[in-house]
Ligand binder design. Sequence first.
Ligand SMILES: Nc1ncnc2c1ncn2[C@@H]1O[C@H](COP(=O)(O)OP(=O)(O)OP(=O)(O)O)[C@@H](O)[C@H]1O
Ligand SMILES: [Mg+2]
Length: 272
Amino acid sequence: MGQIEQLQEQLKNQEKLASLGLLSAGIAHELQNPLNFVINFSKMSEKLVDDLEEIIADSSDGIAEEDREEVADIMADLKENMAKIIEHGERATSIIQGILLVSRGKEDEFIPTDISKLVKEYVWLSYHAMRAKYKGFNISIHESYDTTIPRIMVIPQDLSRAVLNVMNNACYAVWDKAQKAPEDYAPEISISVSTAEGNVIITIADNGEGMTEEVKQRLFENFFTTKPIGQGTGLGMSITRDIIENKHGGKIAFTSELGKGTTFTFTIPIKK
Ligand SMILES: Nc1ncnc2c1ncn2[C@@H]1O[C@H](COP(=O)(O)OP(=O)(O)OP(=O)(O)O)[C@@H](O)[C@H]1O
Ligand SMILES: [Mg+2]
């Protein structure tokens, strides 16, 4: 392995670790609610069993007539609590299983995927993340999805990251332009998913800042970024190219005009 490949390998691992850290924080957060249920209902059930024991201890010659109803109620409550413990415990388990699936290297598996649905999901994920970051900032999103495309073989985890990277850049580009542009600038991003000649074509177009000649030349370089420190690592596009071209045997192309905007196109061959 050459030095450059080694460095790229190392970078990929670092990137994976970073996203794993984020993921773990999300998991911990998601698990807290079901586990609170499990713990609280278990505690309540313990108390109920104590009450039950007391009643039974008091009735050496069978359960007294007037206590029978109470005993029946406690039993019913206990059963309900147990059902809740099981329900929420299972929820916690399924969350963990979902995570293990991602982190155990299953991510390189090609799975029949509804491409339009995947793109739509990650477009909106990026949009909402951007809205959370720059409160009050609006973008008109135009979408055109061919919903008749049959499921095609892709690596969904990777393809979704590629969409997210390009969409994040598009959001940033329109936000960046809005900081300098006149009042009447209307930020727009257009997304389309279609097929042509045995390929799926995904395009993401923004009317943001666009790129200078230098940026166009260096866009796919590792660590190349024009963003302020803390805003960009400069890895997004090199990872995206790796995903589209090396992993999916596709092609990534772009056109960009300074001050007008940028369009990225993924062309991915449909595997038989
Ligand atoms: N849609 C776009 N419009 C204008 N410039 C863009 C666009 N997409 C990418 N660029 C330029 O390409 C550079 C590299 O993009 P890349 O996604 O690789 O890194 P980044 O966005 O700076 O950081 P990150 O690693 O967080 O994605 C950006 O800093 C930006 O200058
Ligand atoms: Mg980026």
